[in-house]
Design a protein around this ligand. Structure first.
Ligand SMILES: C[S@@+](CC[C@H](N)C(=O)[O-])C[C@H]1O[C@@H](n2cnc3c(N)ncnc32)[C@H](O)[C@@H]1O
Length: 316
């Protein structure tokens, strides 16, 4: 149903729901009429990666703030959903959390991972856990040199408010010297931003988060201006070909925008896959063959691709 054809009442503000095209350089993408809300934001991320690995057949997933949001296990935990997702073609996981109890939950999740897939083939996955400040752990993750330029790599930065330093974002974006940059899913907690600014007495925290001296100017901006400033920095300073802010609402029927999930990617298919993930988040997973056909134009995979090839053979 197109927006123009709809003459009833929306449950939420359509203007707010429409994904903004950053800097008017990018065409807006369709998001459908059902918003992604806080309870299914993890599924939104998982679904995007699920689509992407059908293309790459491999992947590396970094989750900097990986402990569960609800402090109990549920279907809203991104690290769990990504690990559980099939086919299990993401081979390398780097999961980090600073909090002791949250780290214990990560360890427990990791210990419960299957060693074999549904066809009894050994799963060749490596999960590395960090009980650390991600702003420090990132040096170890990237410094090990294990992520090759050809490896499709994704980094979830699901901070509560100001935990992820801009320097960390910069290091991730600048890591690959060739090929597509590491993709970012950067959470901007817009719903309580003003309150958080006011409550934050340690100004160093704000300076590290924003990474520039002009962070104080953000206080006078509207939420949309802050969103656009971040999008602009990801494109102009860090050189991402695409950066788009996807609204995450308070409730299933809309309400306030709680976060923007800012997706920064160099891959031409990235925004299309994200648009699909946004629209499909409330639906059950589509059959793989149907997805393959719709996303990649393949009705059947060639025999050689039934098992994923080694990371080095395909690049995102
Ligand atoms: C919003 S929650 C993450 C939610 C999670 N992505 C999910 O899907 O449920 C943020 C997490 O970051 C952790 N954290 C806070 N500061 C951190 C830091 N500097 N480095 C790493 N983890 C941190 C918290 O302990 C918390 O578990």
């Amino acid at each position: 149903m197109s927006e123009e054809a709809f003459d009833g009442d929306y449950l939420f503000d359509v203007e707010q729901f429409r994904v903004q095209a950053s800097l008017s350089l990018e065409t807006p993408v369709a998001t459908g009429e059902v918003p992604v809300w806080t309870d299914n934001k993890a599924r939104f991320i998982m679904l995007y990666l699920h689509y992407f690995v059908l293309l790459t057949k491999h992947g590396t997933y970094i989750d900097g703030f990986a402990g569960p949001q609800e402090e109990c296990e549920n279907d809203g935990w991104a690290a769990k959903l990504v690990l559980d997702s099939d086919p299990k073609w993401i081979k390398h996981f780097y999961l980090c959390d600073l909090d002791k109890a949250q780290f214990a939950r990560l360890k427990d999740l990791c210990s419960r991972q299957p060693l074999y897939d549904s066809k009894n083939r050994k799963l060749n996955r490596k999960i590395t856990l960090y009980h650390a400040d991600f702003n420090a752990a990132i040096d170890e993750i990237l410094g090990a040199g294990k992520i090759s330029p050809k490896q499709a790599t994704f980094c979830l930065l699901d901070q509560r408010t100001f935990q992820c330093h801009w320097k960390t974002v910069e290091k991730i974006a600048r890591y690959k010297k060739t090929g597509n940059k590491i993709e970012l899913f950067y959470f901007l907690a817009i719903g309580w931003l003003e309150r958080s600014f006011a409550a934050q007495k340690n100004l160093e925290v704000l300076a590290m988060w924003w990474g520039r001296d002009d962070w104080n100017e953000l206080k006078a901006m509207t939420r949309e201006e802050v969103r656009d400033a971040l999008v602009r920095r990801l494109k102009e300073e860090l050189g991402y070909k695409s950066a788009r802010a996807w609204p995450i609402f308070e409730r299933q029927d809309g309400g306030a925008t709680m976060y923007y999930m800012i997706h920064a990617t160099d891959h031409p298919e990235g925004p299309k896959f994200m648009s699909r993930a946004y629209r499909k988040v409330v639906h059950p997973n589509e059959p793989i063959e149907q997805l393959r056909f719709e996303l990649l134009g393949e009705s059947k995979p060639p025999k050689s691709q039934v098992s994923p090839p080694p990371d080095s053979q395909r690049s995102a």
